[in-house]
Design a protein around this ligand. Sequence first.
Ligand SMILES: *Cc1c(COP(=O)(O)O)cnc(C)c1O
Length: 351
Amino acid sequence: MENNFDINILIRENVKNMKPYSSARDEFEDFDTAEMIFLDANENPFENGVNRYPDPQQANVKEVLAKQKVVKSNQILLGNGSDEVLDLLFRAFCEPKIDNIITLPPTYGMYGVLANLNAVENREVLLTEDFQPEIEKIMEAVDANTKMIFLCSPNNPTGNSFSDESVAYLLQNFKGLVVIDEAYIDFSKKDSWINELDEYPNLIITQTLSKAYGLAGIRLGICYASSAVTTILNRIKPPYNVNELSQNRAVERLEDQQVISAEIESIIAQRELLIEALSEVSYVEKIYPTEANFVLVKVDDANKRYAELIAKGIVIRNRTTQALCENTLRLTVGTEEENKKLIVALKAIGT
Ligand SMILES: *Cc1c(COP(=O)(O)O)cnc(C)c1O
């Protein structure tokens, strides 16, 4: 594929000329650090496991991820949650008040929040009624200052994946960056776009340990991209953006693939049971197809049903104000016990 992609045209001018913050320790990479005495960073010298600053490059986490995903370590950038990774993308590529991005509502709210925060215009191109990208309208919205298109697939809050043809078309024809947010990819039968990384220089994939990997509390987001892109992001990221506890916990968990797979299988099985039960709820008008760990449903009156569930001590997400989502509720798949209680409550409020 050739779409005349040139990363240098996309980078913000001030970022192009920036040097990353260099800690004293970065300069001693080639030494046998085990033998050295570190009196450079004003740390407390008494060992307690976390008295030293964490590895700014998170080499151990990246090594495990690189092996599992069959990419190079230099194609990975880690952040304090994907939210930080997404913010770095804005700050690296979007000139405030000049550049724009394209998002496809109904979708994840953070793209719009980050666009606002960074004073970048967010051009919204609605998905179709069955929640697929409208390729022609997207291409019409693109101009010379469009730096990124955000594709959330599987999409939050709708649950479906975008067609391979649509994604491939954008990768081949859009000269900016195509960011595919794969926060829910582990619940889908579809392959990750990571496998296409070497094919498309404008492809950026974000994933997270917050959902399928069960580590929302440690805040670890992952960006897979060409080394040209990760080099730029590395230049601007806060040096110690992923703390030592999170790095250690991530490695531990990533090496536990069997446990993770078993949990994902259980969540998917529970999702299917929940869908079955939802089809028997009188006021549920539509259950949208899902490849994620949640189900979007259309009901008779979302505000009413939401309030009734709260009164029964169950908190779900009311999406009725989102584009194309009138009277919809988003239900996260819980444990078997939680889902049973949810189903009992859903049926009870319908009678
Ligand atoms: C939950 C979610 C994330 C995860 O964000 P983190 O900051 O990594 O917890 C990213 N994208 C989407 C679409 C999500 O729903």
